[in-house]
Every structure is written in structure tokens, then in C-alpha cells.
Design a binder for this molecule. Structure first.
Ligand SMILES: [Zn+2]
Length: 339
């Protein structure tokens, strides 16, 4: 289920695109005719040729005559098109100057192929839905390209047999591959680790990439999801959370930071469980370790997450604090050189 407002907005976008394309084509035609007037004569002949060919084919008495008429029509129109291109080139225009330029060749910017929604339309729709969620601005800075591994330590961590940097490289590659090959059959992920290790960053990067690949993605903090469910229940809002239950990828940020009540637990369970039953992937990021999840939530939540999710462990020292330290060091150095 897509948001109806978003759907309308995207339809309007396609309509605006069509109008703009036709206007551009008309302007180009005027330019071409002004500098090479013969083009208009050729266009006129092309237009009359088609109707003449239909008449001729219809009035042909034999099948052979009919075929001949059609063949002649095709040959003549190819000839005229070639002449037109030649004229365009002599006039200093590109050969495709009078062609309609579609952003999507598959549907010719109609958004639909027959009654089937084209991928380009789906992509726009996902962007539009995403644009309507609050995290759109965060996502803009968080991409796989802008991820910085230099904040992670080289020192091996005895407990894991690898350094935070090696670990992060694996995590990064895994998340990148997850996004690049995402389908609704992809696994559920549990991104776990201390605060400030890039869980929100990489989950945003996943969201962005999967949206760009045309999937319907929702990204929301656990607390926001719960607030929305609370409002629906206690303020009697007409909200059935169908988007949370039916989007192709749901990313729940910061599980464990929410205010816990019996109500919040049952909401979290319902979302996680419904999505497992519908076989739709969910990515959860959390500062809790798998053990802490078992301890802090009802067993049915713990067992769902630990049994049905692939754990991705983040290791290292808080990147946000390091970034701040680097920035203040830079500032101090700058002050020194200025003195
Ligand atoms: Zn298309």
C-alpha cells in the first residue's frame, strides 16, 4: 500500500514532465524550421503520407496490392526521415534534435506499461514516500561512499581475534552488498554495538541505496513508531500502520531507547512478528547486545529477533566523540598557525 498523497504527487510529476517535454519539442521544432524551412515541407509530406497509405491499402483489391502500398509507404517515410536528419545536420542541429527525449525508454515516461507500474514510477514513488518521513535529511549525508573507516582502531581485540577496523570493513562490505543485492527475500538484520559506531549511518546508507533501487523503504526510530501507535490507539486516529507492515524494507532505528511499557512491547512484537510472517525484511539497529535483548524484552520478542535475524556486530570506540576530538584538534592547530 502506497501513501495516496505520494501517489498523487508522483502522477502530477509525470504529467508536468509530459507537458515540459512537449513544450521543448515544439520549441525545438520552431527553431529548426526557422533555420531550415524545408523541414516543415517534409513534416507535411510525412503527415499526409500516413493517411494516404491507409486509404490506398484499404482500397487495394488484392492482398498483393495492399502489401505493395504499405511497402511503398515505409520506403518513402524512411527516405523522408533520412532527408530530415540530413537537413538538421546542415542546419547545425544534432540528429536527434526533433526526437522526444524520454527519461525512461521502457515506458516513455508514462509511468506505466499497459496497466503495470513501471520501475521508474515505483522508484519515484518510493522517493516521494521517503521524502515524507522525517529522516530524509539525515539520509542525505549517509552514503556508502562517504563512510570513513579511518575512525576505527587497528589494534586487534583479543576477544574477537580482529581489530575494530577489520571488523568494520567486513560490516561495511556486508551492508553494502546487502543493499546492492536487496530483494524482499533478503534476511532480517540486527545491527548491534555500542553507541557511535556507525549503526545509524550504515542503516541510513542501506535505506538510501535500496530506495534508489526502487524498493519501498521506511526508516523510523523505534520511539517514533511507538508514539505513532500510541496516538492511534489513545487518540483514536485512523491509522492502521499498513505502511509499517507492508513496506518492502522497514528499518527500525535504536531499539531499546524507547520508553518501555506493556503496550510498547506488544507493538514491537506485532510489527516484528507480522513482518516475519509476511516474509518482508526488517533491519533493526540497537545499542543492546543480543543477550541484553533477551533480558530486557519478553521472551517472545527475544526469540523472534535472535532466531530470525542475522546479527551484525559493530566494534570500536565512539566515532562521534573521535570526530569531535579531531575537529577541535584541527581548530587548535589552525589557531596556532594564525598566531
Ligand atoms: Zn518507466
Amino acid at each position: 500500500m502506497y501513501n495516496a498523497e505520494a501517489y498523487k504527487a508522483v502522477l502530477a510529476k509525470y504529467e508536468a514532465r509530459r507537458i515540459r517535454r512537449e513544450r521543448e519539442l515544439e520549441e525545438n521544432r520552431k527553431k529548426a524550421i526557422t533555420s531550415v524551412p524545408q523541414i516543415e515541407t517534409i513534416d507535411a509530406e510525412l503527415a499526409s503520407l500516413a493517411s494516404a497509405a491507409v486509404l490506398k491499402a484499404m482500397s487495394s483489391e488484392t492482398e498483393k496490392a495492399k502489401k505493395k502500398a504499405i511497402k511503398e509507404f515505409k520506403e518513402r517515410s524512411v527516405e523522408l526521415q533520412a532527408q530530415k536528419i540530413e537537413l538538421l545536420v546542415t542546419g547545425g542541429f544534432s540528429t536527434d534534435f526533433l526526437d522526444e527525449k524520454f527519461q525512461c525508454k521502457k515506458c516513455q515516461d508514462k509511468g506505466f506499461i499497459g496497466t503495470k507500474m513501471c520501475d521508474c514510477f515505483r522508484k519515484e514513488l518510493n522517493r516521494e514516500c521517503y521524502g515524507r518521513t522525517k529522516l530524509a535529511s539525515i539520509i542525505d549525508d549517509c552514503t556508502f561512499k562517504s563512510f570513513d573507516l579511518s575512525f576505527y582502531d587497528d589494534e586487534p581485540i583479543a576477544e574477537y581475534g580482529r581489530s575494530a577496523k577489520e571488523n568494520m570493513k567486513r560490516v561495511y562490505d556486508y551492508c553494502r552488498e546487502y543493499a546492492a543485492s536487496f530483494t524482499t527475500a533478503s534476511p532480517n538484520l540486527l545491527l548491534t554495538g555500542q553507541p557511535g559506531l556507525g549503526k545509524t549511518f550504515l542503516s541510513s546508507a542501506i535505506a538510501r541505496e535500496v530506495i534508489d533501487r526502487g524498493f519501498y523503504v521506511l526508516y523510523e526510530s523505534c520511539q517514533n513508531i511507538l508514539t505513532r501507535m500510541e496516538n492511534a490507539k489513545f487518540k483514536n486516529l485512523n491509522d492502521d500502520f499498513s505502511d509499517l507492515l507492508s513496506c518492502e524494507l522497514l528499518i527500525i532505528d535504536d531499539l531499546g531507547a524507547e520508553f518501555k511499557t506493556q503496550f510498547s512491547e506488544s507493538c514491537i512484537y506485532n510489527i516484528i512478528n507480522s513482518r516475519i510472517i509476511s516474509k518482508l525484511p526488517t533491519v533493526i539497529s540497537t545499542n543492546l547486545t543480543p543477550d541484553e535483548i533477551s533480558e530486557s524484552y519478553h521472551e517472545r520478542i527475544g526469540s523472534r529477533i535472535l532466531g530470525e535475524y542475522t546479527t551484525v556486530m559493530f566494534l570500536g570506540t565512539d566515532v562521534r566523540l573521535q570526530k569531535l576530538a579531531r575537529a577541535s584538534k584541527k581548530k587548535k592547530n589552525k589557531e596556532k598557525t594564525e598566531r
